[in-house]
Design a protein. Structure first.
Lengths: 386, 400
């Protein structure tokens, strides 16, 4: 097939897909949408149980121990983990919707951390009602700045955002190290790389007594609602989706692509920055190394598994929070760390596998429907060629 | 189109099967490690201890009949097979289990230092009936302080930290003492008068170690320089090796290191140069290159503290043990080291044990020439644990 033929064919397929109402490409065939992840998790659990059994462990005991620890006794800790995961995943989901691959949530997280820390250390005397809104704004701003860099590069110079946003993660980490080892080092910290502890006013209040669940939970829920409104109820959200489905079509439709790329990255970064701000002020209370155990990267997986749906992101984030802590529960009851990593890998593998299967089924369904509707479906194209 | 679809189903299916078979193989490995034979880990390290750990773990998992035992837990930042820092703590845990049969000591490895993860882990351990919990990395400090507050009946022990509470003690060893002895060996053995030092983070423990090492070097060879490279990581074998190679390229013929893994030693072995281990005796990772390893034996402290907790005599404190307490040492020297150097090291070691030799005795200048410790003076323990300058003879700076 010549290049031109291929281009023509590609265009035909795109036309067919664009011609379909969005609902038909992504049908909310609720049963399938819910059944896939649930089945995937079940398959994963069965495989995990078999492996545990084969390695001489009491699989039933271990699995009940996990459920009990991560989702009953210490559910609050799972929620604590889900807060930054939700916020960061909401952030990347915005960019992903327009097929902008923002891999930089980790760096944008630290962008928010740095500005929030600067405010907390710089204004130790301010009362909570002043400093907390200030830090929220700062966290959003810090993340937004870090997201803006790859956004502008992509929008103006067409620089690959995967690479630039990823590389900026390392820059953010090193910048954080610079501040912890340098200007912000706690003078009373025996030269250890930690900042001074924040004043009590600059700590996010705890929402549920005797737990560490902090105000960040409210931020996460509000953010999910706003993102949902934005993507499903505004023109801008629709523009993002069109950009994601077909950039050329979006351009022909007169959508301001440059502006939208920049805004998508700004918002995406701001949400990750808010995640960083809530983690450093709600959990840590001071800046230290390794503040994030890779939230920004886990967020990417969460956003995809939730199919970019803001409400689903919250659910998946809670599941992942539990998955992370369950690893240590398993170690505690005698499963080696290597086996734990393996089991977590299986869960991911099954869920992602189920997900791609789901997408494929949807695609087929869409094609079948388009074939019924018109005679110009891709399959007919194929037949004509051969 | 249809065909390609079928193909991809086949792809997914075969992928699943492949994974399953890999998993089954992995399980085979795992059962092998529980068998009463020495097992080999992925890193190629022979770990005879796995059996003990495996058995302890199985008993913990299978029954609740271990209720009578005194439960103790260890939280490690790295994997027990790191061959260095965590490995040393794990060896001490095994000695503890052997010494006190009524103790059930479990461990968690690869526990991240972020406050969210680590605090949850310490909380869970305290909830599950552990009476003493050891955390072996600096980053666990604030989480341990918080959890200690919530569980006043549980004793917490934090390695390398500085915050204490009624039920939270800190402990560290005088790593600088055997590092000083290593410096003497390096000063005697170098031909190029350039000695490389692969360092983790510019924190006092590391900075003070470089200083003690350099003081040792310069005590026998005032012309030698110690070149420092910071890796900004504790556990990154690839990066550590690259850092070591950069020092070798810069003319260093002997490498010292303050990292959790033997990568520096491996780099020296490959290049036909000499190097020191760290934290554990690392000889097996590069027997030709290995001059010696400054290493720590945490077991006397662990046994003492757990005993005290069992007797009800446990009290908080800041432990800083050295040669005198038998918790630090320099491993036997490589046979290439001349006898007079060996003798000298033995003498100095004896003096450190007897307490007649002070590594940080003045005069000490930093590497900008400023006098830091005057003639006749020395550093107090508080100053040692907060040291923040590199001494004369160190070619490098502390990133600020």
């Amino acid at each position: 097939m010549s290049l031109r033929q291929r281009a023509v064919k590609e265009l035909e397929i795109q036309k067919t897909l664009v011609a379909l109402p969005p609902r038909q490409i992504y049908p909310s065939t609720a049963a399938l949408a819910v059944a896939t992840p649930v089945l995937s998790v079940l398959v994963a659990l069965v495989i995990a149980a078999i492996i545990l059994f084969l390695s001489g462990k009491d699989a039933f005991f271990i699995l009940t121990e996990i459920v009990h620890t991560s989702f009953i006794q210490n559910f609050s800790e799972t929620v604590v983990k889900a807060i930054p995961l939700t916020l960061a995943a909401l952030g990347v989901s915005l960019a992903f919707r327009a097929r902008l691959w923002n891999i930089g949530a980790e760096g944008q997280f630290y962008g928010g951390v740095l500005v929030a820390t600067a405010l907390a250390l710089g204004f130790p005397g301010l009362p909570a009602p002043v400093i907390i809104p200030l830090m929220v704004a700062g966290g959003l701003l810090g993340g937004a700045i870090w997201g803006l860099l790859p956004g502008l590069l992509r929008a103006w110079l067409d620089v690959n955002e995967i690479i630039s946003s990823l590389m900026l993660n390392y820059v953010a980490l090193l910048l954080t190290d610079y501040f912890i080892f340098g200007p912000w080092r706690d003078p009373k910290g025996f030269n250890f790389p930690v900042t001074a502890t924040f004043s009590d006013a600059a700590r996010l209040p705890v929402l549920v007594t005797n737990t560490r669940i902090h105000l960040g939970l409210v931020f996460a829920i509000i953010a999910a609602a706003l993102v949902w409104l934005l993507v499903s109820r505004t023109k801008w959200g629709f523009e993002l989706k069109v950009m994601g489905d077909n950039l050329k079509a979006a351009r022909y439709a007169g959508i301001n692509i440059t502006r939208n790329i920049v805004i998508a990255f700004l918002l995406s970064g701001a949400l990750a920055g808010l995640a960083g701000m809530s983690e450093v002020t709600g959990i840590a209370g001071r800046l230290q190394q390794n503040l994030s155990p890779g939230y920004g990267y886990t967020a990417i997986i969460i956003a995809w598994l939730a199919r970019l749906n803001p409400w689903a992101i919250i659910l998946v984030a809670v599941l992942f929070g539990g998955l992370v802590s369950s690893g240590f529960t398993m170690q505690r009851v005698g499963v080696s760390s290597g086996l734990v990593t393996l089991l977590q890998g299986i869960v991911l593998f099954c869920v992602l596998g189920g997900e791609s299967l789901y997408r494929r089924l949807l695609y087929q369904a869409a094609l079948r429907r388009s074939n019924q509707g018109s005679n110009q479906g891709p399959d007919q194209l194929k037949d004509k060629e051969s | 189109m249809k065909n390609s679809k079928r193909m991809s189903y086949a792809g997914i299916l075969s992928g699943l099967l492949l994974t399953l078979s890999v998993l089954l193989m992995a399980c085979g490995d795992n059962t092998a490690t529980t068998a009463p034979a020495a097992a080999t880990t992925a890193a190629g390290v022979t770990v005879t201890s796995t059996t003990v750990a495996g058995q302890a773990a199985t008993t913990a998992a299978s029954t609740a009949a271990t209720g009578d035992k005194f439960k103790v837990a260890f939280v490690y930042v790295g994997p027990i097979g790191d061959g260095g820092w965590t490995y040393a703590h794990e060896q001490a845990r095994l000695k503890l289990v052997a010494a006190l049969p009524n103790v059930e000591a479990t461990y968690l490895e690869n526990v991240a230092e972020d406050p969210s993860t680590s605090e949850a882990v310490f909380t869970e351990l305290a909830q599950k009936g552990n009476k003493v919990i050891f955390g072996t990395s600096f980053g666990y400090m604030d989480p341990m302080v918080n959890v200690a507050k919530k569980f006043p009946d549980v004793k917490f022990e934090h390695a390398t930290g500085y915050k204490t509470a009624d039920n939270l003690a800190v402990y560290q060893v005088r790593q600088y003492q055997p590092r000083y002895l290593a410096g003497i060996v390096a000063g005697k053995m170098t031909k190029t008068n350039i000695i490389g030092y692969v360092a983790a983070f510019p924190i006092p423990e590391v900075v003070g170690g470089i200083d003690a090492f350099t003081i040792g070097v310069r005590s026998v060879n005032p012309n030698a320089k110690v070149k420092v490279v910071w890796t900004n990581t504790w556990y990154d074998p690839g990066l550590e090796k690259t850092a070591a190679q950069s020092l070798l390229n810069a003319g260093a013929d002997i490498l010292a290191q303050h990292q959790d893994t033997p990568s520096t030693l491996q780099a020296a072995q490959e290049a036909g140069k000499y190097a020191f281990g760290n934290d554990s005796i690392m000889e097996s990772y590069g027997p030709k290159a290995h001059l010696a390893s400054p290493y720590w034996d945490w077991s006397p402290y662990y046994i003492d503290r757990v005993k005290a907790a069992m007797n009800g005599t446990w009290k908080t404190g800041s432990y800083f043990g050295g040669f005198k307490e038998g918790v630090v040492d320099l491993s036997p020297l490589n046979s290439v080291v001349p006898d007079d150097v060996k003798k000298m090291v033995d003498e100095k070691k004896a003096a450190l044990k007897a307490g007649t030799l002070d590594v940080y005795a003045g005069p000490i200048k930093d590497n900008t020439g400023a006098v830091k410790v005057a003639q006749g003076a020395t550093l107090t323990d508080d100053q040692i644990t907060a040291i923040d300058y590199l001494v004369e003879g160190v070619d490098g700076s502390i990133p600020k």
